[in-house]
Write a protein that binds this ligand. Structure first.
Ligand code: IVH
Length: 676
């Protein structure tokens, strides 16, 4: 550890140390949130952050406005103040297809007075689908942040914007301009949007219709602590009022933005002439679905800033810029019917069967309605004309009803109170939006569970798709996970679409799955809330299956990234007799492979440590991470094999046991010494 202990510093020593810490933290925020290339671990970051926090507490008068700790503090507001932009925030004219873009190019030739044969130098970049924001920096410090509002006056969201870690509190580099307004778009990445909606659904709260609405809802929170919990980020592209700097070209300006520490889209290009713009537009359209955030087009700008000025405005849009849009991924269609699907965990999901419609490059026939609460909230009825949308590769969903199109013949829908597949009564737990079939013999659940069990990221039984699983279950050959492993090639020959060769291949694929990596087996079991990442975490943390089976909720929550709900679900799963029987049956055929330990690297390679009590500065999970980063293993119980017990305040029986067995005991400082 390089950090000194704050309690030992005098005021005179604290000031430069705080300066260094602020600089370091800004640097690491930039590496992590802007470049996506962190140089230090989260726990190392936390250590620096806490040291700064504690110095600020000790010397409150030394607190600096650009301290990264301001990102997490701040009182809830009663309302937003109004803020006038230094220069108005305008809008863009649109082109909805290639010929409309070509018309823009022809117009540009006219107003720049250029012959048609001369290629115009355009700057082209993504049109981010978020919420526009205006950041004001004075002498390099973030001074205020405002939403667009009516273009002249917006809402002051400074406190909330400060929680967005990819937005610099201070411009990087020397000689910042006296004043500069930076414009960009605050967005919520698609994955974060989905996660947020999952959380909202679990809490029985309203779902957001799309990432843009979610970003807007997250930024416009009176309590900045709520915003801080939403993984917002932003892309920056433009400029408002400026004093003390000037730029000739858009490309030069954006390069400067990057140097100042902003996140600027890497998909930007100077194009010579309309054809190059069209190429860029098509290239981006081809990768649109793979981007982790939503875009709704590209923005074409004259690269010369003088020319943009010269071109002037038409109806509050700069004449030298254009939003060149992609076809929307929202479409209207009609709900022909609503069916109910039973998932792997028994949840009943209402699904709309819609009149087929092209959307985002695919034909959509079904759209999820999530749950009864969502149907009621949006008042969705069979026969309704609705707006459907897809974001990324998410399952399409019904956004809203076009109520003007109602004829009066639409029919309301209610989820059944019995499972549509096995007929058992369904249950709805308090605080959950989902209705579940709780029968253990539900064929629909079994099919879903088996499909999940054999899928690519789980046991990866190649070629065992949905149709095959369906037939195996329907014909009674597979009643549980273990049955898969006693299937022989002859079992497949009678199935639809199988010949001798393909049957042999299928049996071989099953054989290849008999020694899976441990995490794959854990993931394959389909424990609620346990995705692939969590499964990896469990496998790496515990090293083998046995300790996972006997872990307590407490032990599980101590693992970084495992929350109480997940811990409960994991513990319940393994405590359940039927689940244990299923697992034991599977283990007769499978030999899970334990993760390879720490590759022998790190100062704690091969060492086992036990943590007990609370530590002065480190949290349990931080300590665990630091130890694991150095190749060590953290175990929950003390034995003769334990190398060190790290004891904090209120250490309990583990400390007694260590003394009894003669295991070396360290305090936090001792651990830090060991780690360094
Ligand atoms: S330049 C005069 N560049 O699109 C406004 N805008 O439809 C100049 N937007 O209000 C804006 N990505 O919020 C520009 N790369 C980009 C953009 C972008 C998204 C938003 C912006 C603007 C809206 C206009």
């Amino acid at each position: 550890m390089t950090s000194g202990k704050s309690s030992e510093l005098t005021r005179a020593q604290a000031k430069p140390r705080m300066g260094t810490l602020i600089e370091k933290l800004h640097h690491h925020d930039f590496r992590y949130y802007v470049l996506d290339e962190p140089e230090i671990s989260d726990s190392q970051y936390d250590t620096l952050f806490r040291e700064l926090q504690s110095l600020e507490k000790q010397f409150p008068d030394l607190l600096r406005a650009d301290s990264p700790t301001v990102r997490v503090s701040g009182k809830a507001l009663d309302s937003f103040q109004k803020l006038r932009h230094g220069r108005p925030m305008l809008s863009l004219a649109n082109a909805l297809n290639e010929s409309e873009f070509l018309e823009f190019d022809a117009r540009a030739h006219r107003f720049l007075d250029l012959p048609e044969t001369r290629a115009i130098s355009y700057f082209v970049e993504l049109k981010f689908d978020g919420l526009s924001i205006n950041l004001t920096y004075r002498d390099g410090d973030l001074f205020s942040a405002a939403t667009r509002g009516d273009g002249e006056i917006g809402e002051d969201v400074t406190q909330n914007v400060k929680t967005i870690r990819s937005i610099p509190l201070k411009l990087q580099g020397k000689n910042p301009p006296a004043l500069v307004e930076i414009r960009g778009e605050v967005i919520l990445p698609i994955a974060s949007f989905e996660k947020l909606n999952e959380d909202q659904a679990k809490k029985g709260l309203k779902l957001f219709a799309n990432p843009r609405n979610a970003a807007a809802g997250s930024l416009r929170q009176l309590d900045s602590a709520v915003t801080a919990n939403r993984p917002l980020t932003g892309f920056f592209y433009g400029m408002g009022a400026v004093e003390g700097a000037s730029f000739k070209a858009m490309s030069e300006f954006q390069d400067t933005l990057e140097k100042w520490g902003f996140r600027v889209g890497k998909w930007r290009r100077v194009c010579q002439g309309a054809q190059e713009v069209l190429e860029f537009y098509r290239e981006i359209e081809a990768i649109r679905d793979t981007l982790p955030f939503e875009i709704d087009g590209v923005v074409v700008k004259l690269n010369s800033l003088t020319e943009i000025d010269q071109a002037g405005f038409v109806a509050r849009s700069p004449r030298g810029m254009l939003a060149f849009k992609y076809p929307p991924r929202q479409e209207s269609t009609q709900i022909e019917d609503i069916i109910v699907q039973v998932g792997r965990t028994g949840s009943l999901t209402p699904v709309a069967i819609v009149t087929p419609v092209r959307l985002g490059g695919a034909t959509v026939r079904r759209a999820t309605l999530h749950n009864q609460d969502e149907i009621d909230r949006k008042d969705i009825r069979i026969g309704d004309r609705v707006l459907i949308q897809r974001a990324g590769d998410v399952i399409p969903e019904v956004v809203q009803v076009i109520t003007d199109a109602r004829t009066g013949k639409e029919k309301k829908f209610k989820l059944p109170d019995h499972c549509p597949v096995c007929g058992s009564k369904v249950e709805r737990k308090e605080g959950e939006a989902a209705v579940r079939c709780v029968s253990r013999n539900c064929v629909a659940q079994l099919k879903e569970a088996i499909r999940h069990f054999v899928m690519k990221d789980a046991l990866n039984i190649e070629g065992m798709g949905e149709r095959i699983v369906e037939q195996l279950v329907d014909e009674g050959r597979v009643k549980g996970f273990a049955d898969i492993f006693s299937l022989k090639s002859s079992d497949f020959q009678s199935l639809e679409g199988f010949a001798e060769k393909s049957s042999v291949k299928m049996a071989e694929a099953i054989d290849r799955a008999r020694s899976p990596e441990l995490y794959r087996l854990i993931f394959a079991l389909g424990i609620r809330h346990v995705g692939e990442q969590t499964a990896k975490l469990l496998a790496n943390h515990f090293g083998s299956l046995e300790p996972i089976l006997s872990s307590t909720e407490d032990e599980l929550t101590q693992i970084h990234e495992i929350g109480p709900e997940m811990a409960k679900s994991i513990h319940h799963y393994f405590a359940d007799k039927a689940n244990r029987a299923t697992l034991n049956a599977v283990l007769k055929f499978l030999e899970p492979q334990s993760p390879k330990r720490g590759s022998g690297k790190g100062v704690l390679a091969g060492k086992t440590l036990v943590l007990t009590g609370t530590f002065p500065t480190l949290s349990r999970s931080d300590a665990t991470r630091l130890i694991e980063e150095q190749g060590g293993k953290v175990s929950s119980s003390v034995s003769k094999k334990t190398d060190f017990v790290v004891a904090g305040e209120e250490a309990g029986s583990k400390l007694d046991k260590a003394r009894e067995l003669g295991v070396e005991v360290l305090d936090e400082a001792g651990l830090k010494k060991l780690l360094s």
